[in-house]
Write a protein that binds this ligand. Structure first.
Ligand SMILES: C[S@@+](CC[C@H](N)C(=O)[O-])C[C@H]1O[C@@H](n2cnc3c(N)ncnc32)[C@H](O)[C@@H]1O
Length: 206
């Protein structure tokens, strides 16, 4: 399963979807296979022009928009933010008053900061899934409305993972990565030690 198929698997037919940062609008295209309309938006005029020309289907509502600026609250209840960094995701959510029933993210970095910050916006982790595409791991997170006190381990390596085999493989990859960092770095790094402790503890239970 690739990233776009994984996102699709978290979307129900009745969901009113906006894919922010849609690029080639692959998700909206996949939604069309079950006749589901969606909004595909991107900050880049050039990107939207290209996507519109290649798909040519008026069931996709293409918009040029910085984050959710050009999206109205009644049009959507499900937000997809995939292929951007945590800080961009946080900025987009800081600048909207829209409340979503579901937010699906695939951030490139700082998943611990994302989980923590989403809590302050009123969203908690419902489920997570590791995806492996072109030999790279991606962390999909499904957020739903709520409030939660996370443990340090939950913030750092996530919770409620679907596809436990791939999650285990990802943890083993992380464990090796941090072991190499520890071996090659001259200074004692407390964060690396903490990560290794948490990952190795988790690996004994999954
Ligand atoms: C790497 S692509 C990800 C494409 C697709 N969502 C995916 O996961 O494969 C990131 C896209 O996000 C768009 N983008 C970056 N910042 C944005 C913002 N603030 N608002 C809307 N789109 C943004 C970029 O123009 C680019 O097309």
């Amino acid at each position: 399963m690739n990233r776009i198929e994984a996102i699709f698997s978290f979307i129900d037919e009745k969901d009113k979807v906006v894919d922010v940062g849609c690029d080639q609008a692959k998700l909206s295209k996949l939604l069309l296979t079950r006749n589901q309309c969606s909004i595909a938006s991107d900050i880049s005029e050039k990107v939207i022009k290209k996507a519109k020309e290649s798909i040519k289907d008026d069931r996709i509502d293409f918009r040029v928009s910085n984050g959710l600026e050009k999206i109205n609250k009644d049009e959507v209840d499900t937000l997809v933010l995939s292929g951007m960094g945590t800080h961009t995701i946080i900025e987009i959510l800081s600048n909207t008053k829209i409340k979503f029933k579901k937010i699906i993210t695939i951030s490139n970095n700082y998943h611990d900061i994302l989980r923590e910050k989403m809590n302050t916006f009123g969203y908690i982790v419902s489920e997570e899934q590791i995806i492996k595409e072109n030999n790279k791991y991606y962390n999909l997170i499904l957020f739903v409305p709520g409030n939660k006190n996370y443990s340090e381990s939950e913030l750092l390596i996530g919770l409620n993972h679907k596809d436990i085999d791939l999650y285990k493989e990802y943890l083993e990859y992380l464990s090796n990565k941090y072991k190499i960092i520890k071996k090659t770095s001259e200074d004692k790094n407390k964060k690396v030690d903490k990560m290794l402790e948490i990952i190795d503890k988790k690996l004994k239970t999954v």
